[in-house]
Ligand binder design. Structure first.
Ligand code: ASP
Length: 304
């Protein structure tokens, strides 16, 4: 039973031919920083909850990923972010949906878990809750990145408002799962959602059981076309297969992604269990991902 940590920076159409060596280096650097941030917490005796929060904060701060700084734009040209965190130790969770200007939505999600009697707060109300607790905010310019803005212009010009078009689902949602010294699991996920999203669209990320889940068996963070992860209750599906069918983590995670494929969804997930096993299956071209297990080496991978 050793420590374990896995992170992701989104799954989707990540093709080698479209990646320059410089860009790949940047992505790898962002993943490595997230992995180290979480791993340091675990090795210094911190909890899995603290580790997943630290990893996701680092990934949110990195502008190439679609979470926190660098989040994608809505149809109206705003950035509305979703995040969730779950503590497998006591089955508690906190989440926020379409919050604006929050520097680190994952920290706000944790405060919802620890300082409110609710699980999910959304929109203006969630921002008011953040104000009440003096949660750090940033102006719009902090979140702005040129490449996300151009993605929105492309999506608008092409009239691609449908959620199922690949180009409106840029890669970059972030997540982390961890297993700590005391035998507890935790999961965290954070995203800007889909480019050109409208009507207050919320994806799977902040929904317990869909995009994020942790109990006493495993911790799971998902990335991909959120609507299908909601329909498949994908994160919980891994835990259910382990709990009810006594499957090993790897088999449960593989079966869950096979089920996702069956119902038409694309993407992937990261998962850890209480033996410190890690699984990172996906059904698309690539998933930015990294993992670290006790006694092993840190791994960063992008393609399949
Ligand atoms: N699952 C996220 C959403 O649908 C997006 C992603 O993972 O890329 O909002």
């Amino acid at each position: 039973m050793g420590l374990a940590l896995a992170i992701h920076g989104g799954a989707g159409t990540i093709v080698r031919s479209k990646m320059t060596p410089e860009l790949e280096r940047e992505y790898r650097g962002g993943l490595e920083a997230g992995l180290v941030a979480g791993w340091d917490v675990l090795t210094q005796g911190g909890s899995s909850l603290e580790a997943v929060e630290a990893a996701v904060v680092s990934l949110e701060d990195f502008p190439l990923f679609n979470a926190g700084r660098g989040s994608v734009f809505t149809h109206e040209g705003r950035q509305e972010m979703d995040a969730a965190i779950m503590d497998g130790r006591n089955l508690k969770a906190g989440a926020v949906a379409f919050v604006r200007n929050i520097r680190n939505p994952i920290k706000l999600a944790r405060l919802v878990m620890e300082r409110s009697e609710h699980v999910l707060l959304a929109g203006d109300g969630a921002n008011q809750f953040a104000d009440a607790l003096d949660v750090p905010t940033e102006p719009d310019e902090y979140f702005f990145t040129e490449h996300r803005w151009l993605q929105l212009q492309d999506a608008i010009a092409a009239g691609r408002v449908q959620l199922d078009h690949a180009a409106v689902r840029p890669v970059g949602t972030v997540g982390a799962v961890a297993f700590d010294r005391n035998g507890y699991l935790a999961a965290a996920t954070s995203t800007g959602g889909m480019t050109n999203k409208k009507f207050g669209r919320v994806g799977d990320t902040p929904l317990v059981g869909a995009g994020t889940y942790a109990d006493g068996t495993c911790a799971v963070s998902c990335t991909g076309h959120g609507e299908y992860f909601m329909l498949g209750v994908t994160a919980y599906d891994v835990a259910a297969r382990m709990n009810y069918r006594r499957l090993r983590l790897e088999d449960a995670a593989e079966e869950t992604v096979a089920r996702l494929t069956e119902i038409g969804g694309d993407g992937g997930l990261i998962a850890v269990d209480t033996d410190g096993n890690v699984a990172l299956p996906f059904n698309c071209e690539g998933m930015y991902r990294g993992w670290f297990t006790e006694g092993g080496q840190p791994h960063i991978e992008i393609y399949s």
